[in-house]
Design a protein around this ligand. Structure first.
Ligand code: ZN
Length: 188
């Protein structure tokens, strides 16, 4: 609501939290991230994904319910951060890494986390790979009517990031980075 009076679009957007586009844009282009995942990350940052929330508002779909959990509107924040399916994959990542995920903004947490550039970069790479996998499974659900279990989707993510990291990692790395990488089975 502003001096020009109530605008329907404003009222619709107000209660819906969004990704912080500027912050996420910086994180998307980290050198450790996999290029094809960066493209999905860039679409998220630009709020350019054809989410059901948007399609419903345009009258293209009959409902805006998340197809992965069926319990809420398919917004970017829901699909990538709050959805039960996505949360399960993120929990598996946290278990493997031995850390606790924040209750609030994941992107803010990633931006402020302590640790070397290597650890931050690979964590960003993993999060982007998960976002990409969530988007793949969401589209699979819409087109094929089935999805992979979160455990299997997470294994695909880890496998892909392992191969990528092993192709980029230098032989001489800090001992703390080495120990951190072992947790994710990135190196032996
Ligand atoms: Zn959901």
């Amino acid at each position: 609501m502003g001096s020009k009076g109530y605008i329907v679009g404003e009222g619709y957007e107000m209660p819906r939290p969004k990704f912080q586009p500027v912050q996420w844009s910086k994180q998307v282009w980290n050198n450790w991230c996999i290029p094809k995942h960066q493209f999905v990350g860039w679409l998220i940052a630009r709020q350019a994904l054809q989410l059901k929330e948007k399609l419903f508002a345009l009258g293209i779909t009959a409902d805006d319910t998340c197809i992965l959990c069926g319990s809420d509107s398919e917004t970017a924040v829901h699909l990538f951060q709050k959805c039960r399916y996505s949360s399960k994959i993120m929990d598996l990542l946290a278990q493997m890494g031995g850390f606790v995920l924040p209750q609030g903004d994941l992107l803010n947490w990633l931006g402020q986390m302590q640790g070397s550039a290597l650890r931050k970069g690979i964590l960003l790479c993993l999060v982007q790979a998960i976002y990409c996998q969530i988007w793949i499974q969401r589209n699979k659900a819409r087109i094929e009517g089935c999805i992979l279990r979160p455990e299997i989707a997470f294994k695909l993510v880890i496998r892909e990031v392992q191969l990528w990291v092993r192709s980029k990692i230098q032989p001489c790395i800090d001992i703390r980075d080495r120990e951190w990488l072992v947790r994710f089975h990135m190196i032996m």
